[in-house]
Design a protein around this ligand. Structure first.
Ligand code: ZN
Length: 203
């Protein structure tokens, strides 16, 4: 699955961006350490969905949105070295879990935190988005232009479906993807040549 390769590529980008946990992230309320904790918890949460697909028994991604927030805040307080180890181990475990699924298990239905019913084959895409976009959000120099073209195309299509009402846009693909994701962008215009109206953050 191409999205499993995207996970590996995005994980490597995050891993290099996490080398310095002291700097600010590009997200308003989160430090790099919050993002590191969120990424580790997200790997575990998606791992729960993979476990669900494997066993056929419900395993929720997170206990609740409130618990997710509490866990991110607590995780962000952990020492840098622990956060990096947690990020690495959670990423490795998730890759192992995904490698262990049969075709029948991949076809099973699981439910995302937002309550959306999806086949388990959707979970590698969910994780791809997280590691790719947050690699940029970490603010350590990775930009949308560093992400694979086929990933950016898939991302734009996905966000358009999710947002529903986005007009046709003109601009370089990485900038259009950043725009659609509600991140900072440059040079994105609508069909009539006027600058596109900024969108609220997505994901
Ligand atoms: Zn996220």
């Amino acid at each position: 699955m191409r999205s499993q390769e995207w996970i590996a590529e995005g994980t490597a980008l995050c891993r290099s961006a996490l080398a310095d946990l002291a700097g600010p992230s590009l997200l308003p309320d989160w430090t790099r350490k919050h993002l590191a904790a969120h990424l580790a918890l997200n790997a575990e949460g998606i791992g729960n969905l993979v476990q669900w697909a494997k066993t056929g028994e419900e395993h929720r991604m997170y206990l609740s949105p409130e618990q997710r927030t509490v866990d991110i805040e607590a995780g962000a307080l952990r020492p840098d070295s622990e956060l990096i180890t947690w990020f690495d181990q959670s990423a490795r475990l998730l890759a192992d879990q995904m490698a262990g699924l049969t075709d029948d298990q991949w076809a099973r239905t699981v439910r995302t935190m937002q309550g959306m019913e999806v086949p388990a084959t959707y979970t590698p895409w969910m994780r791809s988005r997280e590691v790719m976009i947050h690699a940029v959000d970490l603010g350590a120099g990775v930009t949308f232009a560093d992400l694979p073209t086929d990933f950016l195309e898939a991302l734009c299509a996905d966000i358009r479906t999710m947002r529903g009402d986005v007009p046709e846009l003109d601009g370089p693909l990485p900038e259009v993807a950043a725009y659609l994701a509600g991140r900072s962008y440059d040079g994105v215009f609508t069909a009539d040549g006027s600058p596109a109206e900024p969108l609220p953050p997505w994901l």
